[in-house]
Design a protein around this ligand. Sequence first.
Ligand SMILES: Nc1ncnc2c1ncn2[C@@H]1O[C@H](COP(=O)(O)OP(=O)(O)OP(=O)(O)O)[C@@H](O)[C@H]1O
Length: 311
Amino acid sequence: MSALTLDSLNKSYGDLRALRDLSMEVPAGEIVGFVGSNGAGKSTAMRIVLGVLEADSGQVRWGGAPVDLAVRRRIGYMPEERGLYPRMKVSDQLVYLARLHGLDTASARAAMEQWTEALGIADRRGDEILKLSLGNQQRVQLAAALVHSPEILVLDEPFSGLDPVAVDVMSGVLRAQADAGVPVLFSSHQLELVESLCDRVGIIKSGAMVKFGRIEELRRTDDRRWVVDGPPPQSWVSAVPSAHVVSTDGRRSVVEVRGASADTVDQDLLRSAMAAGPVHEFSLLRPSLTELYRHVVTTDSVATARETVSA
Ligand SMILES: Nc1ncnc2c1ncn2[C@@H]1O[C@H](COP(=O)(O)OP(=O)(O)OP(=O)(O)O)[C@@H](O)[C@H]1O
């Protein structure tokens, strides 16, 4: 299966190291969320994929081969600085962009009609971009990234400023693209959305990738916690090695087992609790992506971003 690979990318702006050996893989057919604080380096990495910025070292590959101009023409890109002509009509703008990517006029018109329909802006085709709301401008921007049927999608904060219905429309389009085999990489600060939509996530801090993988894998921790609604935990927790009570109101408790790698530990806990009384709820408590992100961004150390780059 093809993949878009970012391999050990480095980029400095003067003495600011914006990317440090940044690597990640976006498999065809998957949606990868790219998250990190303001200034962490997401846009820099995406611009390098597009070739609008050159890396100091490292490589971007598609299907194992370096990304060249021909591949770049087949990428659908939504830049952070939205690049539409404000005084141009929506339809003219989209047909023009599709033509730039090599479609003939009839195909360009058909693509414009298809995407304005799919994105709920068909009734705005005749309007100038500047007369649209910001959310609708963003829908046009996504249509602009899609009119040439790209093989790869790279979107810089496509969800920012969208209303909930527009978020659903955008999510549906990205999922459909991934299902059709397109690798989709997008940056976002909306972590709940990333968690629900993405197959994988990359967390970048000060230009370095500090976590990358399937969200379920990243949420798996060595110290596992369970919510138990049942008998007072003091009466049964001590029977399970390494288990202790994190919090309890006497009935509903959070119980943690340190280094709970054994598959049977949940059975041991449940058995022990049920031996002490009826159990009404027993569920594994996993950190959300937001909790994971906060933990990574506040604790994992990366050398300071602003440092002198040796010549
Ligand atoms: N053209 C430039 N010249 C100098 N510094 C730059 C330039 N572009 C970006 N930077 C710096 O590089 C770092 C990474 O910026 P980048 O825009 O890639 O971050 P980001 O993760 O996309 O941030 P945000 O979430 O705020 O969009 C920041 O410190 C930024 O100030």
